[in-house]
Design a protein around this ligand. Structure first.
Ligand code: GLU
Ligand code: ZN
Length: 497
């Protein structure tokens, strides 16, 4: 059997962590079995539909580097893969169910349904939903009324007094009394649009989906889906309901916990690899102790029995850790290319005023930026941080207050002396590699009988404008002796005033 699975989002919102987790697991499962991964747009809810959500879907997955074998853009044997282009099909299948006595026309007005709901609520009735009012209208009469143009929906005739059983690949055997399933849900609305349930089942069948991996919030719909498959006389796919993704407080992950839309992670400077790697481990465990996986490695290891039943806790700190790891794996050129757009937006290459956001780098600035990558790679967590960390290389930093230059247990005149000694080392250090530069300053500190740290500190503050900064030696090399000396002299003047 060829495995076929799908990601079937409704374009009613931005792509978020839960959605891409579902997509990724389906993708990995299909890959692990040499099967096909399908994208299907479930755009039956036209009131909440928005074109921009479709665009967001494509943007997100092309950024993540996840590709489907069949889908609205790539086509395939079961095309079209957009439900709104398949409406005639659902009508046909719904009418077929009616003909076979598995579904029926309901002529109840919206007002009547509202009234029933209100009455039941007022009576605190445990019964909810439709009262099956039209279930027993003689089929010939109902067909005639429908044919005559009387507005109606088509409802599934849930067989009462029975129990529906199915096996969830992860959760095991599941049983549900039919009388507890939503009473005779609508399959086809009066405007001829299908509901999610009908379209979803018809498509999974026609697209020959063998496995449905989806979030556990859909579990309560599954008994009804199984009943629907039976009504059609079709075999249902294997179901596997994935553990929910929770925030650290054990509640369903939401905006209260932090970013959830992929757009937001992207804007914050996350790398797609980091996000994918982390999300792949949400609700699945692979090798003890191994945390970094490429997509290929994940695809080779994925299997349904590695999924966890327990909810997955989304840990933002862990995701940050992953981002840092993936940043360190980039070459300087790659990292520069990734971080550059964020730095342009941050105005790194302009004159530092708010109007400078968006200023493109000159060729020289671009080279400087790339050369500076080794200085920050080890500490960067987000791509957008590059601009802040490297600003001192692109514009003259403000000279800090005198106190910033003074090492512990020293005074201003000692600080000035230390900076003067440091000044002598600027040229040779700017012309040396790290190792040699370190040897130069160590020897100088020893000769002068001062602590290495005390010699470095005022120099660092003069060069970078801060006590905490990217590495000093590399900074000197990138700035060059002339610019570096200019900064030291400016600092010395300020300190001596
Ligand atoms: N359209 C549904 C969603 O938005 C699909 C659920 C399923 O996978 O069956 O998640
Ligand atoms: Zn009715």
């Amino acid at each position: 059997m060829t495995i076929r699975d799908r990601y079937a989002p409704s374009p009613t919102g931005l792509q978020h962590i839960g959605g891409i987790r579902t997509a990724l697991f389906n993708y990995l499962f299909a890959r692990s079995k040499g099967g096909a991964f399908i994208l299907r747009l479930e755009d039956t809810d036209r009131t909440r539909y928005d074109e921009s959500f479709v665009k967001n879907l494509y943007d997100t997955f092309s950024w993540l580097g996840i590709h489907w074998d069949e889908g609205p853009d790539s086509g395939g044997p079961a095309a079209p893969y957009v439900q709104s282009e398949r409406f005639e099909l659902y009508k046909k299948y719904a009418r077929e169910l009616v003909e076979h006595g598995k579904a029926y026309y309901c002529f109840c007005s919206a007002e009547r349904l509202d009234r029933i709901r209100a009455e039941r609520e007022a009576a605190h009735s445990s019964e909810a939903g439709y009262d099956r009012h039209c279930r027993d209208i003689p089929p010939a009469e109902a067909a005639a009324r429908s044919q005559a143009g009387e507005p109606c929906t088509i409802r599934l005739k849930i067989p009462l007094g029975e129990t529906t059983r199915f096996r969830d690949q992860l959760l095991g055997d599941i049983e549900w009394k039919n009388d507890d399933v939503s009473p005779d849900p609508v399959l086809l609305k009066s405007d001829g649009f299908p509901t999610y349930h009908l379209a979803n089942i018809v498509d999974d069948h026609l697209m020959e989906i063998t496995h449905v991996l989806r979030a556990q919030e859909w579990l309560s719909s599954t008994p009804m889906h199984v009943i629907l498959y039976k009504a059609f006389g079709w075999e249902h796919p294997v179901f596997c309901h994935l553990p929910m993704v929770m925030g650290q407080d054990g509640k369903k992950l939401s905006k209260r916990h932090g970013a959830t839309s992929i757009d937001e992670f992207r804007r914050q400077g996350y790398l797609p690899e980091a996000l994918l790697n982390y999300v792949a481990l949400l609700g699945a465990s692979y090798e003890e102790g191994k945390e970094i996986y490429t997509l290929d490695e994940l695809a080779r290891r994925f299997s349904l029995d590695k999924l966890n039943k327990a909810p997955a806790i989304f840990d933002y700190k862990k995701l940050e850790w992953y981002n840092g790891q993936y940043i360190r794996m980039k070459s300087d050129d790659e990292l520069a290319a990734l971080a550059l757009p964020y730095s342009i937006t941050a105005g790194l290459f302009g004159d530092g005023t708010s109007g400078s956001t968006g200023t493109e780098p000159s060729a020289e600035q671009r080279n400087t930026f790339t050369a500076a990558m080794p200085l920050i790679k080890e500490r960067l967590v987000f791509l957008h941080e590059a601009a802040e960390k490297l600003r001192y290389l692109f514009s003259e930093p403000a000279i800090p207050a005198a106190a910033e230059f003074i090492p512990k247990k020293a005074d201003l005149s000692q600080a000035i002396n230390l900076l003067k000694q440091g000044r002598e080392l600027v040229q040779p250090m700017a012309e040396s590699n790290d190792e040699d530069a370190e040897a130069i300053i160590k020897a100088a500190a020893e000769a002068a009988g001062v602590k290495l740290g005390d010699l470095m500190m005022p120099l660092r503050v003069a060069i970078t404008g801060a006590r905490v900064s990217p590495p000093l030696f590399g900074s000197l090399r990138i700035l060059g002796a002339k610019r570096a000396l200019g900064r030291v002299d400016a600092a010395l003047r300020a300190l001596q005033e």
